[in-house]
Unconditional design. Structure first.
Length: 144
């Protein structure tokens, strides 16, 4: 459930188009995305503080951005016996503005750091993870 909240708050900071693309064609966020990893970057020097790879249950999570502006998240969790359980299917409204590289999910706005045909990066959370008084960035990486 924590990842869903971060996803909603981070609004699945969808990867934005690369500025060095040789065409003006925009990459669409529409489609189904899966979690690749979560990385926490230091707010003071951008050093990697932590990297978390999805466990077997997290690998089953899907995030489907429909062209109608609806995000459907299918979320799983690890039960105490080690098997995967279904946390639920969650539906939220979203919008993505490629010019500002911001995604809004149910009113929560977050930055999209990168969006390509195969990868999406969003800022899922910002807080002081290492205790230095400067907010660090939690970036979620997705693939399709």
């Amino acid at each position: 459930m924590k990842k869903i909240t971060m996803l909603s708050l981070g609004v699945l900071a969808v990867m934005s188009c690369s500025s060095d693309d040789s065409t003006d064609e925009q990459v669409s966020i529409v489609g189904t995305w899966k979690e690749a990893k979560t990385v926490i970057y230091s707010g003071s020097n951008n050093a990697i503080l932590d990297t978390e790879m999805p466990d077997d249950c997290d690998k089953k999570n899907t995030y489907e951005f429909a062209s109608s502006g609806v995000l459907t998240s299918n979320i799983f969790y690890t039960k105490s016996d080690g098997t995967c359980g279904v946390d639920g299917t969650f539906t939220e409204n979203y919008s993505y503005d490629p010019s500002t590289k911001k995604i809004t999910v149910d009113g929560d706005i977050t930055d999209v750091l990168a969006l390509t045909q195969s990868e999406l990066q969003i800022v899922a959370d910002e807080n002081d993870e290492n205790g230095d008084g400067i907010n660090d960035k939690m970036v979620m990486y997705f693939y399709r």
